[in-house]
Design a protein. Sequence first.
Length: 102
Amino acid sequence: MNSILSGAIAGLAMMLSGAEADELKDYGEYLSGECTSCHKLDGSGDGIPSIVGWEPDLFIVTMKLFKSGERENPAMVSVARSLDDEQLKALAHFFGSLPEKD
Ligand code: HEC
């Protein structure tokens, strides 16, 4: 009985975190409209670096370097400063879920 119950709870927790991840990704996709005029979703770009397929933590750290001004590209600094932590997380999960160009 106990194990059935804890199995059910574990299953529910997994479902919830799956739904949360999907929601983050959807929000990130929505926000990405602000990025894709420069960063293409297929990872191609003329002098613009690819940001697809990155590890989400690395993506967030990189965005924070622009936010703090440690990386100085003016377009990126102003884009990064317009985003809060939740939005950075959503973008990191959306772009991270896309396949890297090979
Ligand atoms: C006006 C064009 C433009 C827009 C819009 C833009 N970027 Fe960028 N982005 C750049 C350029 C140019 C660089 C390279 C800057 C540098 O070398 O420091 C860059 C760099 C980056 C990097 C670091 C890439 C690397 O290889 O280190 C990330 C991450 C990034 N952008 C994310 C975003 C996100 C997320 C958005 C939307 C919220 C966005 N950018 C919107 C032009 C843009």
